[in-house]
Write a protein that binds this ligand. Structure first.
Ligand SMILES: Cc1ncc(COP(=O)(O)O)c(C=O)c1O
Length: 433
């Protein structure tokens, strides 16, 4: 039996091995990214150890002078980044941000209209997830399986018919912009709040790509801060309503505030707050170039995979306008087996449902993301090489072990974190810290 301290050594060793795994693999899970060395250092700071419920100036604890300063700076940076008068960076994840909004703006039994999860929505939009915790009645939005988005005309009819309390737009498999501009006015006709979930695409939006939901008519946006926005694990809420504007706008933002605290968060994660502030500052400086390169890289990968014979969805629409691609690997054994085969070869991605699939446990799709490859220095010019790795494993049946060595060689040249203030080795620096 290991002693307690041997258990601790075991865990440390596993973490080191995990770093080695990601140092030698192609990281292509669309919801992940790699934070900057500065942000990673701040996660290990004493901010982690403290309590600060509420907002700066309205606390329940002492010792918060510097934490208050950081929190104020974090909100200012978030407001700049999203050009929004109201932000709340306290939610501890995208799901928590969604829960806070449901808690703030809806009563049990109210109606939320959103896509089904098998059409690309997130589990927090579902009855079995956060929306169900608030006891919301879910009404599905009609989808357009051709572009993996919403069928705008059918959705407009359905919104007028159902009159939801919240219209929720935004997806986990999110290749093309949501029709915010078309549907927000329809939602207004029936007095529904327009909630845009930009968990995946926050960094693209802040970098001027994909779409600009707050300008297109959304009342508020929720998101994760660790996907295309390459910050620490966390969530954010932003709104066009001004806390210092009309009494209606002020009341709206107060409700959002209370949805977070005391609604669904007591102590927010202060070390994450510090790391979020740095990530927002980095994105203000580098976000435009980063977001543009991500979209260019995804489209280049779609083209390179398609040229090799892969069935990449939405080819006729240019594959994607985000960091994601969806690939149908049903004829090659299905998403589960192919994702495993790729992992054996050092390519880390995930299986995903695509239109026509019924089982989330054995879907025929793969979802690929390019945001972390770009973060580590790749661009469109490297996508032929990446696509060839997929082809060798999936189409040519090469031994994954053999391919794995080539993957490690390829990524060795892309092991520093880019688009931040202190480019350093993505993983090795951590071991030296
Ligand atoms: C559309 C959408 N909303 C919310 C979330 C939840 O985000 P988090 O993992 O930060 O809780 C996700 C996660 O991938 C998502 O895809």
């Amino acid at each position: 039996m290991p002693t307690p301290s041997q258990h601790a050594d075991y865990v440390t060793d596993q973490v080191q091995q995990h770093h080695h795994l990601f140092e030698t693999s192609l990281p292509m899970i669309a919801s992940e990214n790699c934070i900057s060395p500065t942000a990673r250092r701040l996660l290990a700071s004493d901010f982690h150890d403290r309590y600060a419920e509420g907002r700066p100036g309205k606390r329940y604890y002492q010792g918060l002078e510097h934490i208050d300063n950081v929190e104020r700076r974090c909100e200012t940076l978030a407001q700049d980044l999203l050009d929004a008068p109201y932000t709340d960076t306290r939610p501890t994840s995208g799901t928590t941000a969604n829960m806070a909004v449901f808690f703030a703006l809806a009563e049990p039994g109210d109606t939320l209209m959103t896509l089904d999860t098998d059409s690309g929505a997130h589990i927090s939009h579902a009855r079995i997830g956060a929306a169900g915790v608030r006891d919301l009645n879910i009404e599905p939005l009609p989808d357009d399986p051709d572009r993996l988005t919403i069928d705008e005309d059918a959705a407009a009819d359905r919104i007028r018919d159902i009159e939801p309390d919240i219209l929720l737009l935004g997806q986990s498999l999110f290749l093309f912009p949501a029709p915010v501009e078309t549907l927000a006015p329809v939602a207004k006709e029936v007095d529904a709040t327009v909630h845009y979930d930009g968990a995946h695409v926050l960094g693209l939006i802040a970098g001027g790509q994909f779409q600009d939901p707050l300008r297109e008519g959304a009342d508020l946006l929720t998101a994760s801060t660790h996907k295309t926005l390459p910050g620490p694990q966390g969530g954010i809420i932003a709104s066009t309503k001004d806390p210092e504007g009309s009494s209606e706008e002020e009341a709206f933002t107060k409700r959002l505030d209370k949805g977070v605290f005391p609604g669904v968060v007591s102590n927010h994660h202060l070390h994450h707050l510090a790391a979020k502030a740095v990530a927002f500052a980095e994105h203000l400086e580098h976000g435009e170039a980063y977001a543009q390169t991500i979209v260019d890289t995804s489209q280049a990968l779609g083209q390179a995979l398609s040229e090799r014979g892969f069935s990449v969805l939405c080819e006729e629409h240019g594959f994607t306008r985000s960091h994601q691609l969806a690939v149908d690997v049903g004829e090659h054994g299905g998403g589960r087996d192919i994702a495993q085969l790729l992992e054996d070869a050092g390519v880390i991605c995930n299986m995903n449902m695509i239109p026509g699939d019924e089982s989330p446990f054995n879907p025929s799709g793969l979802r690929l993301g390019t945001q972390e490859l770009v973060r580590r220095g790749m661009g469109p010019e490297h996508m032929d090489e990446v696509a060839e790795i997929y082809a060798r494993v999936v189409l040519k049946g090469e031994d994954p072990e053999k391919v794995k060595g080539d993957v490690a060689n390829l990524v060795d040249a892309f092991n520093t974190v880019q688009y931040c203030f202190d480019e350093k080795e993505a993983y090795r620096f951590w071991e030296l810290a």
